[in-house]
Write a protein that binds this ligand. Structure first.
Ligand SMILES: Cc1cc2nc3c(=O)[nH]c(=O)nc-3n(C[C@H](O)[C@H](O)[C@H](O)COP(=O)(O)OP(=O)(O)OC[C@H]3O[C@@H](n4cnc5c(N)ncnc54)[C@H](O)[C@@H]3O)c2cc1C
Length: 663
């Protein structure tokens, strides 16, 4: 470490600190030469290089120099400001200096990591440091603003992710609004019979949590509801929720289900959504016996009273005492305030019709995995019997892995759960039918606790495994009703044509069809595939780029139930840590409108991606809501009259930096 002194120029007294970052920077850049050069720059009082500036001793050097040498500006040349800008600002602040009088220079990602020529890299580091020294001299002290946080939380989506997050928050004493668009909570998990790898009963572990949600005094559960508008910002969201009519007065209905029995339809005629259309339901129905809330719903599209107005209304007759049925119900709206939001809107399965050569929708005995989940379920349409469409039990069943996953024509990504649920279904089908089962897979992916052991167990049970992608499925000649599953067995290099009675397509997990609409409403980013984007894949996996909004479960990407629950717990913990702080500090790098110069043209208003610009009612001039502004600079660039400036990115600062680089 070397210390070099220089004279100060009147006002600015700059300290420059060059980090070695071990050999990350020092292996390419001559850090001592850069420090020596920096010491000669106008305004620089001291320049040092040190092995790890971010370490405690490194920070201590800066603090000591501020106190002892009276430094009033700091430049740190190290890694990306994403990683350590906060570290060095805090160090400066602890030594009594305004934290915004610190400027970082990225000589790692922008220099040593991308250049091999040591002399050139050193020269570039000197240029960047010179530019920062010239810029930092123009910095002015800025203050962070504190905004109080509303303690309530909104959780959107009532699958296992939303349920777990809501219960965790409620147990910690926070009030939660759990908003679910369907008549019941439970999501996909409520449709399963057993769950891998333990094969425990899904309902037995899920329904106690569903009941706990309904019973919890800190949870307001709104089913048949969706968020229509989100205003505000971290700590102070205003969420507008639309409640669709259930045509049942929730406080009056006791879930006796007598109205279902009394309905003039003797049998259900409408394909039952919860059973994937494999069963039928009546116009007045409850999705499944353990639904929460335990309330019936009337479907206006199929109810005779809604269609003709001429029904005998036997449902109303049996409910005469409680008067819970209300055909006049209209949709209603509520607006709630919340400090943070957890998104848990889950996934949808891949539409198997998009792979036409597997014959889903054409051959009656080709099923999706989710349909088979309902067939093996005791509360499913067949009472737990796995039956072909003609009512017979299948004797041979083919399970096709990776339908709509790991395929350049559909989705390139692996859906993570299909290998495991295919093994589970192979086991359950064998258990229910004693059929010969053939699982055709590309690669068997079982990376989870007890997953590989589960695979071995299923193999020992006698399930046949064929390594190869199924190329075609077609009817067997001779009208046998069977199907031929054609697959290249890549382990023996042989094309197999396997006659099967039934095919199960292990469909992948996709973002919901309305994910883009929802993400726009909540101001979230998403991946190319439509899953909501986390702030950082490793370091902030449940946060989003919108402060105060967190992600849980499959809306962020395909995952199994253990990972979903873990992520929901993490999202709840992030929310709690935010709320319990009681306030948020806003970074001051926001745009500021000079209202005297603003021409009220409103060009900036639609340009702002964060809806942070408003127009004053009286003067019609623009103003920036600092709590919403993320400092992206779009409005500054767009303003025709140049009346918007941005803290920390003032024109003079940027121009001085450019001139410094070019000098
Ligand atoms: C066939 C199959 C079998 C599986 N078997 C297993 C297994 O055995 N073990 C295992 O660990 N994993 C299994 N999985 C994976 C498991 O389904 C997921 O890990 C889990 O369901 C993810 O839960 P979630 O809450 O994120 O999403 P979901 O279960 O999809 O729940 C999301 C909820 O949000 C609601 N919602 C959506 N959009 C909105 C909106 N805009 N407003 C309000 N509400 C909304 C939905 O109605 C739904 O209730 C299986 C998956 C499939 C496809």
């Amino acid at each position: 470490m070397e210390q070099l002194a220089n004279t100060t120029n009147g006002h600015a007294s700059v300290g420059v600190y060059i980090c070695h970052c071990g050999t990350n920077i020092a292996g390419v850049v001559d850090v001592a030469a850069v420090a020596e050069y920096a010491a000669t720059l106008p305004g620089v009082t001291v320049a040092r290089d040190y092995k790890y500036m971010c370490s405690d001793p490194g920070q201590e050097l800066i603090k000591q120099d501020i106190r002892e040498l009276g430094l009033n500006r700091i430049v740190v040349a190290a890694c990306s400001p994403h990683l350590h800008e906060k570290t060095f600002r805090t160090a400066a602040q602890n030594a009594g200096l305004n934290p915004y009088l610190v400027q970082m220079v990225n000589i790692r990602e922008h220099d040593s990591w991308v250049h091999t020529d040591h002399a050139m890299a050193t020269s570039k580091a000197k240029d960047l440091v010179r530019a920062a020294v010239r810029r930092v001299r123009l910095h002015t002290p800025l203050d962070r603003k504190r905004v109080a946080i509303h303690p309530d939380v909104v959780v959107v989506g009532g699958g296992i992710a939303g349920i777990h997050a809501a219960l965790t928050m409620a147990e910690a004493g926070k009030h939660v609004y759990l908003i679910e668009r369907e008549p019941t909570i439970g999501g996909h998990m409520a449709m399963f019979d057993k769950t891998f790898p333990t094969l425990d009963c899904a309902a037995c572990i899920l329904t106690p949590k569903m009941t706990a949600v309904k019973a919890h005094p800190n949870i307001t559960l709104w089913t048949m509801s969706e968020v229509t508008q989100v205003d505000g910002y971290v700590g102070n969201f205003k969420v507008t929720v639309r409640h669709k009519p259930r045509y049942i007065i929730e406080d009056a209905c006791i879930g006796c289900l007598e109205c279902i029995a009394a309905c003039v339809f003797k049998e259900g005629r409408t394909p039952d959504e919860f059973n994937m259309g494999l069963g039928k339901r009546k116009p007045v129905y409850i999705p499944f016996p353990q639904a929460v809330p335990q309330l019936v719903t009337i479907d206006p599209d199929t109810c005779i009273e809604f269609k003709t107005g001429k029904c005998k209304k036997t449902c109303v007759e049996v409910c005469a005492e409680r008067k819970a049925i209300d055909f006049q119900q209209k949709e209603t709206f509520d607006t709630v305030e919340a400090g943070s939001i957890i998104m848990a809107t889950g996934f949808q399965i891949f539409d198997a019709k998009r792979v036409p050569y597997y014959g889903y929708g054409s051959y009656p005995n080709v099923y999706t995995a989710l349909e088979v989940e309902r067939l093996v379920n005791a509360s499913g349409p067949t009472g737990g019997e796995v039956l072909l469409r003609n009512g017979r039990k299948p004797r041979t069943v083919g399970v096709v892995h990776c339908v709509g996953s790991r395929d350049v024509n559909t989705n390139r990504y692996c859906s993570r759960v299909c290998c495991m649920y295919s093994l589970k279904l192979a086991h359950l089908i064998k258990e229910h039918t004693d059929a010969e089962v053939y699982n055709c897979y590309i690669d068997m992916r079982t990376p989870g606790k007890s997953f590989e052991e589960f695979y071995c167990r299923i193999a020992e049970e006698g399930v046949n495994f064929i390594r190869g992608k199924v190329a075609d499925i077609y009817p067997e000649d001779g009208g046998t009703g069977r199907l031929i599953m054609q697959v290249e067995d890549t382990l023996v290099n042989y094309i197999r044509k396997i006659p099967v009675d039934m095919v199960v397509l292990s469909v992948g997990l996709e973002a919901r069809h309305d994910a883009h609409e929802v993400r726009r409403r909540f101001n979230l980013s998403c991946t190319n595939e439509g899953f909501f984007l986390e702030r950082h894949p490793k370091l902030a996996p449940v946060s989003t780029f919108t402060d105060g909004i967190f992600l849980a479960g499959c809306c962020q990407g395909p995952k199994d139930i253990p990972d979903t629950v873990a992520q929901a717990g993490a999202a709840a913990a992030e929310c709690l840590s935010l709320i319990d702080r009681q306030f948020v500090e806003m970074e001051p790098n926001t745009a500021v409108v000079n209202e005297d110069e603003c021409s009220a043209c409103r060009t900036c208003v639609p340009m702002c991606p964060y809806s942070a610009i408003g127009v004053r009612e009286d003067t019609k001039k623009a103003w920036v809501n600092e709590a919403l502004c993320k400092g992206c600079g779009t409005c500054v660039a767009a303003c025709p009259s140049g009346s918007i400036r941005q803290n920390l990115f003032e024109d003079e600062e940027i121009l001085e930096e450019i001139e410094g680089v070019l000098a």
